[in-house]
Ligand binder design. Structure first.
Ligand code: DX5
Ligand code: ZN
Length: 222
């Protein structure tokens, strides 16, 4: 998938849910490229976030692509519904998909971009035989389920490995990082080959989220 030099995808999970329209409009006005939408089912991960009606509500106000991260079991059951709710990128977890190739094809048949996420313990080479079919590889830099966790340092090595796999295979997949991203680790992630950064608490808990997004976005230009 073709993207700008560095995509910033703020995670709506860290927004104020009672002021969702306000926060989505802030993202519209900011340098953010995508809106990252975290769907948690309380089964695949030990937390429940929100689902289809909230995603549709976000879609009604968002002027940027919805990057939907499905942290749910049997994601194939909900792909069509999330596509209809406005997802432009649909990312499923490797650990939740015994028939990953079929699931990826299903996403593409729906006209969406296909992403696969890897948990911190999952080695990247499990994607060897599917990397050519992917638009996005999401490397989890925390254990999925909660915002505000500490970045796992091992992530840099995984990013470099996936970047090498992409180069070797001629894949056009974009590497996205999710969890604990901040101004300190973002430059190293970019240098290792990441081209999309999700940031939740670092953006929304900062004094000026719009400025924080611009500062993250500027990393590729320094
Ligand atoms: C974690 C989610 C993340 C989360 C990131 O399970 O997938 O997208 O919102 O939040 P921060 O940036 O606070 O780690
Ligand atoms: Zn996420």
């Amino acid at each position: 998938m073709k993207v700008s030099d560095l995509v910033i995808a703020p995670s709506v999970l860290a927004a104020d849910f009672a002021n969702l329209q306000r926060d989505v409009e802030m993202l519209n006005q900011s340098a953010a490229d995508w809106l990252h939408i975290d769907i948690m089912d309380g089964v695949f991960v030990p937390n429940i976030s929100f689902g289809l009606p909230v995603t549709e509500a976000i879609r009604r106000h968002a002027q940027k692509p919805l990057d939907v991260h499905l942290m749910i079991v049997q994601p194939e059951r909900y792909l069509e519904a999330f596509r209809r709710a406005g997802a432009e990128i649909l990312t499923v977890h490797y650990e939740a998909c015994p028939h990953l190739h079929r699931t990826v094809q299903q996403i593409k048949d729906l006209g969406a971009k296909a992403g696969v996420a890897l948990n911190p313990h999952t080695p990247v080479n499990v994607l060897d035989d599917i990397i050519g079919d992917l638009d996005l590889v999401l490397i989890m830099s925390v254990n999925p389920g909660f915002g505000g966790q500490k970045f796992i340092e091992r992530t840099y090595a995984k990013v470099r490995q996936v970047a090498q796999m992409i180069a070797d295979s001629g894949s056009s997949a974009v590497i996205e990082i999710d969890g604990g991203v901040n101004q300190q680790n973002a430059p190293q992630l970019y240098e290792a080959g990441a081209r999309a950064l999700v940031a939740g608490s670092f953006v929304f808990n900062s004094p000026n989220p719009t400025t924080t997004i611009s500062e993250l976005k500027a990393i590729s230009r320094t």
